[in-house]
Design a protein around this ligand. Structure first.
Ligand code: SF4
Length: 260
C-alpha cells in the first residue's frame, strides 16, 4: 500500500494521558502503516482536516518532534506511542523516533511499544537510559488470520526474536499480549514462547467498540465462533474468566489485565 505522508509541525510533544501505568505519551506519528483491522486509534481520522483516506494509507509526521523534547524533562512515565507504531516502516526513512531518543533527557522514565523489529536499530540508544523498558506486542495471529487482522506488521516470530535480542542486550522488556480474541488467540503458546524473554506482561482483551464495525463484520463472516462469544455477554465473561485462570497459573509478572 502506498503511503500518503503529511509533514507537520507540532506545538507540543508531551501529552498527558490516563493510560494504565503512564503519565505522558509521545506521538511523533499520527496514522499507522501497519493498518491493523482492529486498531483503536482509527477514531483519530475523524479529527483530521479533509480526507486523508483509509486508516493505514496515511501518516502524519511531526517533523519537529525531536526538537520539542530537547532540554525538557517530564516527571512520571512516558509512553511511546499511543496512536501509531513508533517503528512503523516510515521510521526507517524519517528516523523521528531515533532522533527523539537522541535528544530526550536520559533520566526520563520511558516505555516503548511496537510490533516491529525495526526497534532493534535503536538498542544503542536504549542503553543510555537509566529507566527504560521496551515492549513488543505479541499475539498468535499467523497465516490468513495475520493477513486479515494485521496485514503490514512483522510476523510474531520476528517480534519474539526481537524480544530475545533486546533481552540479550540487557534491556528491560515487556510483552503486550493483545488483542485477546476468543477462539483465535493462544495464551498458553504466547506465554511459553516469551516467558524467558520478557520481564513483565500486559494483557488486553479486544475492545469491540474501539475495533469498530469493519472489524466486527469481518469477524462475523470469517470467525463466527469468535463473534458469537464476543457478542454474548455471558460467554464473553466466561472466556475472560478462563483466560485469567491460564494467565494466573503461570509464574509471570503481570502488570495489568485490561478489559474494556
Ligand atoms: S500497530 Fe498499533 S497503532 Fe499501528 S495500526 Fe496496528 S494497532 Fe494501530
Amino acid at each position: 500500500m502506498t503511503t500518503k505522508l503529511i509533514k507537520v509541525k507540532a506545538k507540543e510533544i508531551f501529552t498527558k494521558t490516563k493510560l494504565s501505568g503512564c503519565d505522558w505519551v509521545i506521538n511523533q506519528y499520527v496514522g499507522c502503516q501497519h493498518s491493523c483491522l482492529y486498531c483503536y486509534a482509527k477514531f483519530i481520522s475523524r479529527w483530521r482536516p479533509g480526507n486523508y483516506g483509509k486508516w493505514g494509507s496515511w501518516v502524519e509526521a511531526k517533523m519537529n518532534a525531536p526538537e520539542l523534547v530537547k532540554g525538557r524533562y517530564v516527571d512520571g512515565f512516558v509512553y511511546m506511542s499511543s496512536i501509531a507504531d513508533p517503528y512503523q516502516p516510515i521510521e526507517k526513512k524519517l528516523k523521528l523516533s531515533r532522533e527523539i531518543l537522541e535528544n530526550l533527557n536520559k533520566k526520563t522514565k520511558l516505555a516503548i511499544q511496537t510490533k516491529s523489529d525495526l526497534v532493534l536499530r535503536d538498542k544503542d540508544l536504549f542503553k543510555k537510559f537509566k529507566n527504560i523498558e521496551v515492549g513488543l506486542t505479541i499475539n498468535s495471529f499467523k497465516g490468513k488470520t495475520k493477513e486479515i487482522f494485521e496485514p503490514f506488521s512483522p510476523s510474531n516470530k520476528r517480534r519474539i526474536k526481537a524480544l530475545k535480542t533486546l533481552k540479550k542486550n540487557k534491556i528491560k522488556t515487556f510483552t503486550f499480549v493483545s488483542p485477546i480474541i476468543p477462539e483465535i488467540i493462544d495464551l498458553k503458546k504466547i506465554i511459553k514462547e516469551t516467558k524467558k524473554l520478557t520481564d513483565s506482561y500486559w494483557f488486553e482483551f479486544i475492545n469491540i467498540r474501539g475495533a469498530g464495525k469493519e472489524f466486527l463484520d469481518v469477524l462475523k463472516r470469517k470467525y463466527p465462533k469468535s463473534y458469537d462469544v464476543l457478542r454474548d455477554k455471558k460467554k464473553f465473561q466466561e472466556f475472560i474468566k478462563e483466560s485469567k485462570k491460564i494467565i494466573s497459573s503461570e509464574n509471570i509478572r503481570i502488570r495489568d489485565i485490561v478489559i474494556h
